[in-house]
Design a binder for this molecule. Structure first.
Ligand code: DUC
Ligand code: ZN
Ligand code: ZN
Length: 467
């Protein structure tokens, strides 16, 4: 097996930062060494002087090829994982889907068929349960025991598509309480939102901004609180996905302060984009920013508070909810009817850079950047310490990050299969220099040298945050 030494860089983990050399043998990290402390010869040396050496990003919320809103998310597992690698993400956890009426195992098999042999980085799956009944509850046990799938996403939104009612949610939570899995929740009151949507359309309010107006903060907060109470009754751990509203995170914080196993995730779009300037852009332009939960009003201080919640660990994880739909022909399905615009924003390539901006702007410490984007997501979903940290024995998924580079985000330079960028023209400080996946350099400078098929399926353990 060949050895690689990454020398002279500042190693940043969730614990802190110091100048160290990282020795890799084959696919694993074998040592972290004070520079010059031991004579080391390696087959290859990468000079990381002046740069950060961090664990590869772990994005635990992606939707490659998701069928949604009458179309499919535009990134395949190949294009999406290559784009992820460009942006310093070396692991994704995507959502396999059990559609209503389908067997859970069939949904999972279909997801393996899409991903197998096509991923450039390692990947795992959560399972979306679109139909809770005796069979799917039994299947949860089997996925935990045999498939390395230890988290299940339920929807309080999207009646008629993925929606589960409170009784179904309670049953799935009881099953999770028994088998050790984590319930992930899309927390918005979908049946009430559907009434607001129908009323808006009847009034002729059809522009994209109405997507946000008809999904009020109160409906995220209410569903979050209801999910927390159902989880309390069932005794199940709960992870609320893609949180955008301050008031909803406050419900998570209260539950955590009371000792509950409740966790929260946000995404870059909620930290940077807003209802007025983006979703409310003139004409149909706002369709580019339709996602759920929606972007929130800039007048309500959500963004400043989301950054604070990340600092104070009231929010634990930053994922992307990467769910790209091209503007042409996909977002355009909703011209004249905002409710027909496929929901989703693509940003799997930009999460590490966008969150590093939080370090530049004084919102996050360096270690907290790594912790929220790599370490905690890995630990939350049973991948730690194999992923998410730099320790002997861990997979050598390593990113060399140049804090002095600048990165301009846009459709001309990104690698996602997406004909627009939600961050078009944004220049951020910092940039991904080199990416290793299990010891193999897959991105160096302006070159991608990995390959589809390098990525392996990850069987995950139970959450590392639970006893
Ligand atoms: N939210 C999105 O924006 N897209 C896909 C599904 C979801 O819950
Ligand atoms: Zn969701
Ligand atoms: Zn999602």
């Amino acid at each position: 097996m060949s050895t690689t030494l990454i020398s002279g860089g500042t190693v940043v983990t969730a614990e802190g930062a110091s100048v160290m050399d990282v020795l890799i043998d084959g696919e694993r990290i074998v040592a972290l060494l004070a520079p010059g402390s031991v004579p080391v010869t390696a087959d290859a040396t990468i000079d990381a002087t002046g740069k950060y050496v961090i664990p590869g990003g772990v994005d635990v919320h992606t939707h490659m090829e998701l069928p949604f809103g009458g179309t499919n998310a535009s990134d395949t597992f190949e294009t999406g994982t290559i784009a992820a690698a460009w942006g310093g993400t070396t692991t994704i956890v995507d959502f396999a889907v059990q559609r209503t009426g389908e067997r859970v195992q069939d949904g999972l098999d279909a997801w393996h068929a899409k991903a197998d042999g096509n991923c450039a980085i390692d990947y795992g799956f959560h399972m979306i349960l679109g139909g809770i009944d005796d069979d799917s509850l039994k299947a949860m046990d089997s996925l935990v025991a045999h498939e390395g799938i230890t988290s299940f996403k339920l929807f309080m939104a999207y009646p008629g598509v993925f929606y589960s009612d409170d009784g179904q949610i309670l049953r799935a939570m009881q099953q999770a309480a028994a088998n050790g899995a984590t319930i992930m929740m899309h927390a918005e009151n979908g049946t009430a939102i559907d009434v607001l949507v129908a009323q808006a359309l009847a009034r002729g309010e059809s522009d994209p901004v109405n997507h946000g107006i008809t999904r009020p903060v109160a409906m995220e907060e209410e569903a979050t609180f209801r999910a927390i109470k159902l989880a309390e009754v069932a005794g199940a751990p709960l992870y609320i996905v893609h949180m955008s509203a301050r008031q909803a995170v406050e419900r998570v914080a209260e539950a955590r302060n009371a000792g509950a196993n409740v966790f929260g995730e946000t995404c870059p779009q909620y930290l940077y984009l807003n209802l007025e300037d983006h979703l409310g852009a003139p004409g149909f332009e706002g369709a580019k920013y339709v996602c759920s939960t929606p972007l929130r009003s800039k007048h309500e201080h959500h963004q400043k508070d989301l950054w604070r919640f990340l600092r104070t660990n009231d929010l634990q994880v930053v994922s992307t909810d990467h769910c790209p739909f091209c503007f042409k022909e996909q977002k355009e399905l909703g011209v004249g009817n905002f409710s027909a615009i496929p929901n989703g924003i693509g940003s799997v390539e930009h999460r590490m850079d966008l969150l590093f901006q939080g370090v530049v702007d004084g919102e996050l410490s360096l270690s907290r950047w790594v912790e929220t984007c790599s370490t905690t997501p890995a630990r939350m979903f049973g991948l730690y310490p194999r992923k998410g940290t730099l320790v002997p024995g861990a997979d050598a998924d390593v990113v060399i990050y140049d804090p002095n580079a600048t990165t301009t985000i846009g459709v001309e330079t990104h690698h996602m299969n997406l004909d627009y960028s939600a961050y078009e023209g944004t220049t951020v400080q910092g940039g991904v220099d080199t990416v290793l996946s299990r010891g193999t350099v897959i991105k160096r400078g302006n070159e991608f040298i990995g390959r589809a098929g390098h990525g392996r399926y990850l069987r995950r353990d139970l959450s590392g945050y639970l006893l």
